[in-house]
Every structure is written in structure tokens, then in C-alpha cells.
Design a protein around this ligand. Structure first.
Ligand SMILES: Cc1ncc(COP(=O)(O)O)c(C=O)c1O
Length: 447
């Protein structure tokens, strides 16, 4: 891997300063020891001081085919020189239609429409708006309430934040949307700890939705939104029969079920979408991240026919959805998206993930019994090693472990005391071993 001349043209000052305010980052701490990358290729990042670091996070759950895929790079280059921008308000370009066709081709049956956004957060807020508007356009405008879930992460827009279930994310920004309730986390440490894949006995947790509906009046609820596998909140696979039961309850009450597949979309569970891998079909699917292999910002809302059709019943000259973004269906993003789908197909990423997932599972669970390990959860090529917290110093073990792994040449993500893992789907067995041994070594070296 070589550093390009353009990168070399940005000398790194000794002090990076604070002109750039980074998201979700302790600015003053970052400044004292900035983690900076100048290149990436395949499974590795290249640091500013010339070290190769194994990326066990796929960037941020997004670089599913590994970094610097030449076909994607070339498609972006070509698109930028051909059509830099065109509005998607009342006009478009062929690439957007082709990408929509390809995406609906790999989506679950009946998802024949896609609305383009630029991020997962925008996809979620768009999905929530489409859900409310769907009920209104059918003459059922009283359905406005939304139901999310504890530990859910649905991005940082006010809509996604409101249905999200991580209190610290909301604390500084209220008031959020009214009329939002949350299901509890379908997880019990005593009976589900160290489960491999989906834990048993999810139905009772899903039945909680029925109780919530009786409190709220089901006729006032527009949608339930869940990640099929909770991601950022700590990698919690759905217990057996949980999603199935949510589906049945939503159908019974005419409530739309939204799966937020921003992480699970594009192969992470061995099928294009978790809905297919887990055998449960929602009404709306949000996606982003792996949609362009992380190379250009893009998100999308996949919509089932009956939802879309409800909007198409009015006068043909009337705009059906008063919603959209300047960069919806951006030509560069569409080109990246199309090349990404080609690359995923050529690499057979879904089949590869299914084949290597048992190796991943066995490797992660080999950490059971190591110092500080409180739980391990996994599904597809997702995983988390949960560490016990130091008394009065929550998060310290997690960040120390991540720091030690980084110094050892492996990038893992610490979220509090959780070591979160979501590698590119092209990871090799030996790199799985390197990741797990790096964590093991760190656990033995820390108190
Ligand atoms: C499930 C889920 N939804 C939404 C988002 C928000 O996506 P973005 O950061 O692209 O806005 C994320 C980001 O991690 C996510 O994991």
C-alpha cells in the first residue's frame, strides 16, 4: 500500500487543532493522541506513521467488501467526470433508476420501490414520515404514534433519536417527538448469556408489544421500528420467535413494521437483508452503509408495494410525497452503489459470510472464561465481547482494550465496555484469529 501524492500534500501538524469538531469524539482527548489514517486497502488501514492496522469494524459497519475495491473506485471516478450533479426533484438520471431496479431485485419479494437518502439517519426519518403519511393518505390520520425499542439506534435525526433507545444520546437534545413508546430489550443475562446466534424464547418479549398497544390504543399507532439485530446498542441478536411475533401483532393491528437494516443490510447475516436471513418480512426496510461499501454517503428506504400503491391513488398531477433531499439519488452515489452490488455478487459475499460465520462464532466464544469477559454475542459476521466494568469507572476497560488492540495492529470499536466487532465480509480465517488473539492478549494484560 503506498501513500498517494495528494495525501502527502496535507502535512500533519503536531497539533491537529479544533477547527474540525468530530462526531461522537472526546475532542480534547483526541487532540492529545489523534488516531489518523491516510490510506486503506482490503482488510487494512494505513496509519499516518506507516503502520498497517487490520480493520475489524469494516470502517463503521459499512465497508463490507473491504477497502479500495478498484471497480467501485473506478465507477466513482467515471461518474464524477460524466454527470457531477442532477436534482432529483422532478428530474433524474438513468443510474438512479438502474440502482433502484437492482436494489429491489435483491430485496425481499414485494419490495419494489426505493426512496434514496444520503445516510442511515435520513433513511430512518424518511421511513417514519412515509409510515405516518401512508396512514393519512388512506384516511387514517389518527395513526401517528411510533414504537421503538430499548438500546435501539436509529441515527441522529430528531425522528431516529426519538424512537432510539439509548438514553445518553437523547439527554442533551429534548424535547423529542411526542407519542413515542419503547419495547424493552429482549434479553436476559441469566438465561441468554453466551448464546451462540439467536437465544431461545423470544415470544414473551414480543408479547409486550400487545400490552403496550392496549395502553396506547392500537388504532393510534403508525409504526413499530426495530433493528432486526440491535447493532450500536450492543449487538443483540433477536431471540427465536421474537421478530415473528412482532410481525404477527403489527399485522393484526394494521401497524407498519419497519426493519432498520442500516447495519444488517448487504450481506452481514449471509443474505442481502436480515429480513431474508431471519425469515420475517417487514413493511419498510431502511438501509445505508454497505449500500456503497461505505465509499460514498448513501441511504435508502425500501417500500412494499401496498404502501407505495396507497400513495398512487390520488390525482396523477399531484406530488405524492412532500419529502426529499438535494442529494437524493446523487450520480456518484448511484454509480458507487451499482459497482458495489456488482462486487458483492462477484465475490459471492453472502455465501462467503454464511460459510465463515461458524468460524467467527467459535473464535469469539473461545474468549469465554478469559479475564473480564461478561458475555459474548454473535450472529452472521457481527459480534460483541462484553467486559465487566470497573467499579466507578465504566467504559475504562473497553477503551483500554481497544487501545491495546490498536497498538497491536487490530482496529476494534469500544462502546463503553463493549468490544464491538463487524469486520469486512471478506475477512479470512487467519484474520479472525488475529482479531480474537489480539483481544485475548489485551484482556490478559489489563486489570
Ligand atoms: C441501525 C442504524 N440506523 C441508523 C443509523 C444512522 O446511520 P448514519 O450514521 O448513516 O446516519 C445507524 C448508524 O450506525 C445504524 O446503525
Amino acid at each position: 500500500m503506498t501513500v498517494s501524492p495528494q495525501i502527502a500534500a496535507y502535512p500533519l501538524a503536531n497539533d491537529v487543532g479544533d477547527a474540525y469538531w468530530l462526531p461522537f469524539t472526546a475532542m480534547r482527548q483526541f487532540r492529545s493522541n489523534p488516531m489518523m489514517f491516510v490510506g486503506a486497502e482490503g482488510m487494512h488501514y494505513l496509519t499516518v506513521d506507516g503502520r498497517r492496522v487490520l480493520d475489524a469494524m469494516a470502517g463503521l459497519w459499512c465497508v463490507n467488501a473491504g477497502h479500495g475495491q478498484p471497480r467501485i473506485v473506478e465507477a466513482i471516478r467515471e461518474a464524477a467526470g460524466r454527470l457531477d450533479f442532477v436534482s432529483s426533484f422532478k428530474m433524474s438520471h438513468p443510474g438512479a433508476f438502474e440502482l433502484a431496479r437492482r436494489l429491489t431485485g435483491i430485496a425481499p419479494d414485494g419490495f419494489d420501490h426505493v426512496f434514496f437518502t444520503n445516510s442511515g439517519s435520513e433513511a430512518v426519518d424518511s421511513a417514519l414520515k412515509i409510515a405516518r403519511a401512508y396512514h393519512r393518505v388512506r384516511g387514517d390520520a389518527g395513526r401517528t404514534k411510533l414504537i421503538g425499542r430499548a438500546k435501539g439506534y436509529h441515527g441522529m435525526g430528531f425522528g431516529g433519536l426519538s424512537v432510539g433507545g439509548i438514553g445518553r444520546h437523547k439527554r442533551d437534545f429534548g424535547p423529542l417527538l411526542p407519542d413515542v413508546s419503547h419495547l424493552s430489550l429482549p434479553y436476559d443475562r441469566a438465561s441468554m448469556g453466551f448464546s451462540r446466534g439467536q437465544p431461545e424464547a423470544g415470544a414473551p418479549y414480543a408479547d409486550e408489544l400487545e400490552s403496550l398497544l392496549q395502553i396506547n390504543d392500537p388504532m393510534t399507532v403508525a409504526a413499530v421500528i426495530v433493528e432486526p439485530v440491535i447493532g450500536s446498542g450492543g449487538v443483540y441478536p433477536p431471540p427465536v420467535n421474537y421478530l415473528e411475533r412482532l410481525r404477527a401483532i403489527c399485522s393484526r393491528h394494521g401497524i407498519l413494521l419497519i426493519f432498520d437494516e442500516v447495519i444488517t443490510g448487504f450481506g452481514r447475516l449471509g443474505r442481502p437483508f436480515a429480513a431474508q436471513a431471519l425469515g420475517v418480512t417487514p413493511d419498510i426496510i431502511t438501509c445505508a452503509k454497505g449500500m456503497t461499501n461505505g465509499a460514498v454517503p448513501m441511504g435508502g428506504v425500501l417500500i412494499r408495494d401496498f404502501v407505495f400503491d396507497a400513495f398512487m391513488a390520488g390525482p396523477p398531477e399531484a406530488i405524492e410525497l412532500f419529502h426529499g433531499y438535494t442529494y437524493s439519488g446523487h450520480p456518484l452515489a448511484c454509480a458507487a452503489g451499482l459497482a458495489t452490488l456488482d462486487v458483492y455478487e462477484e465475490l459471492g459475499l453472502c455465501g462467503r459470510t454464511t460459510a465463515i460465520a461458524p468460524v467467527w462464532e467459535a473464535a469469539l466464544h473461545s474468549l469465554k472464561g478469559e479475564p473480564h469477559v461478561a458475555d459474548i454475542r454473535n450472529i452472521g459476521l457481527l459480534g460483541v465481547v462484553e467486559l465487566s466494568s470497573r467499579t466507578a469507572e465504566a467504559g475504562a476497560r473497553g477503551s483500554l482494550c481497544a487501545q491495546m488492540c490498536y497498538e497491536d495492529g487490530v482496529l476494534v470499536r469500544a462502546s463503553g465496555d463493549l468490544i464491538v466487532l463487524s469486520p469486512p465480509l471478506v475477512i479470512e480465517e487467519e484474520q479472525i484469529g488475529q482479531t480474537v488473539e489480539s483481544i485475548r492478549s489485551a484482556l490478559h494484560r489489563m486489570n
